[in-house]
Write a protein that binds this ligand. Structure first.
Ligand code: SF4
Length: 238
């Protein structure tokens, strides 16, 4: 059984190399991390467990098909940490129906079935998250994915310390396509400010990151905002 927090869409992927691509999101429940600025605590913290549902691969694909009208598209596996779930049967069933799968994980747990994914986004967490980065664990994930899964490194940057960390990680994994993303700090703010104030903050974080990258002539980095946060703020299920 696979622990599911929510299934929603179709919408578009709001970040990373697949930004703008139509997709249905399958969000799993449970995470081995607890990042200080996590924007999906409802898929992480045990207090939300009662909202998660144990589903079979067949039940998940049935829901995905209902949402997509039976038209195969990209399924985005997110979390929590979806790498904690037994997803091999879902990939097999979905592929047989013509769907493609992209999974995003922090790279703390490698799975043999990573090799069955179409896309794997590895998003190790920076110092501002409060979590510890393991390059060895990330290497295990890359090795598990093999040659046929398209890999991407996505690094979230909240401040200068994160930026310097991102420089080091990118140097170490220079063979991977790289996306940098400003950190969505607003999501962790207990009392949400107004949308307009959020956007001003997000825009200034994005501008800072672009200027920082440009000043360093770091031309291998693609710098992207979170499209869905710009459009829908931190609203859930879009
Ligand atoms: S790894 Fe992702 S889902 Fe898990 S706590 Fe960190 S931000 Fe949240």
């Amino acid at each position: 059984m696979i622990l599911i927090s929510e299934i929603f869409g179709p919408t578009v992927q709001g970040e990373g190399a697949l930004i703008g691509v139509p997709t249905v999101f399958v969000r799993t429940g449970g995470c081995d991390f607890r990042c200080s600025w996590c924007d999906t605590l409802y898929a992480v913290e045990p207090q939300f467990k009662s909202q998660w549902q144990a589903m079979t691969a067949g039940q998940i694909m049935q829901r995905v098909n209902e949402l997509s009208g039976g038209v195969p598209l990209l399924v985005t596996l997110s979390g929590g940490n979806p790498a904690l779930q037994p997803l091999a049967p879902l990939l097999e069933l979905g592929h047989a129906q013509g769907y493609r799968f992209a999974l995003e994980t922090q790279g703390s747990r490698a799975q043999a079935w990573f090799a069955e994914l179409d896309y794997l986004t590895l998003s190790p967490k920076p110092p501002s998250s409060g979590m510890r980065f393991s390059a060895d664990r990330l290497r295990e994930c890359i090795a598990a994915a093999g040659a046929d899964t398209q890999l991407q490194l996505k690094l979230v940057v909240a401040d200068e310390v994160d930026y310097q960390w991102a420089r080091e990680v990118a140097r170490e994994f220079a063979h991977l396509p790289l996306c940098l993303q400003p950190c969505n700090l607003q999501a962790a703010t207990p009392q949400q400010p107004e949308l307009e104030a959020d956007l001003v903050q997000l825009n200034s974080q994005y501008r800072w990151l672009v200027e920082r990258v440009a000043a360093d002539r770091w031309f291998a980095a693609r710098v992207l905002p979170q499209l869905h946060v710009l459009v829908w703020n931190n609203e859930r299920g879009v």
